[in-house]
Design a protein around this ligand. Structure first.
Ligand code: SF4
Length: 223
């Protein structure tokens, strides 16, 4: 792993690349955000936004989601991966909100993670985006870029990645850095075709160097 100082320099560079990064899931309140994040598991934000455009016009409250039979809700979100499971979780979550939290989205990690379909990542996003609490959610982009850059080890799980990042990045920057790392992974260090040839971090990036050497070998060139 690289040093914390070097890692923070990298995060600073990413900060300059995506100064305006923010949550791309469309929502108007904490409840809509919770539903959107729940739907976003293994699915792009674009796809979620297309579905929630209509979904949030039809359903406004936990009661609304419980007022329909499960197959109807499944049908409303069927273009999203794992829609059957997600529909079930939305109804369970709605039930819990009404029974335990007065119909409101709770404000603590523990309470959020007690809801169906809400894991640590979702709880972190809701805490930071909806309630302004510093949190650094680790999604697939954050995990991939942190590992490619050597900020974390490849074998680290998401909790270890979160611990490492939050030990490096100042607390007041956690939320912003979360969005910036996502943007960096979504628009620059893409899963299949990272833009190593125009990357300001190339000189310090082991993954970029490895890919470069592999491309040289593939083209018959020398290192
Ligand atoms: Fe990603 Fe390539 Fe940049 Fe490394 S050099 S961070 S792999 S785009």
């Amino acid at each position: 792993m690289i040093s914390k100082t070097k890692a923070l320099e990298m995060v600073d560079t990413i900060d300059t690349m995506f100064p305006d990064a923010e949550c791309e899931l469309k929502h108007k309140n904490p409840f809509e955000l919770t539903i959107a994040v729940l739907l976003s598991a293994q699915c792009t934000d674009n796809t979620v936004n297309k579905v929630t455009h209509d979904l949030f016009q039809k359903y406004h409250t936990p009661e609304d989601y419980l007022s329909v039979e499960l197959p109807e809700l499944e049908n409303d979100i069927r273009s999203i991966g794992l829609y059957r499971n997600k529909a079930k979780n939305i109804q369970k979550l709605s039930r819990s909100l009404l029974d335990q939290f007065n119909g409101e989205v709770p404000h603590t990690h523990k309470e959020l993670e007690s809801l169906a379909g809400v894991g640590r990542k979702t709880a972190n996003v809701v805490m930071s985006v909806a309630f302004g609490e510093p949190a650094l959610a680790v999604d697939t982009h954050v995990e991939r870029v942190s590992k490619r850059l050597g900020i974390c080890r490849w074998k680290d799980n998401v909790n270890e990645v979160e611990r490492r990042l939050t030990s490096i990045i100042p607390r007041e920057r956690w939320t912003k850095s979360h969005h910036q790392l996502i943007f960096f992974g979504r628009y620059h260090c893409l899963a299949r075709k990272p833009k190593c040839d125009v990357c300001p971090l190339f000189d310090d990036c082991r993954e970029g160097q490895k890919r470069y050497r592999a491309s040289l070998r593939a083209s018959g060139g020398s290192e």
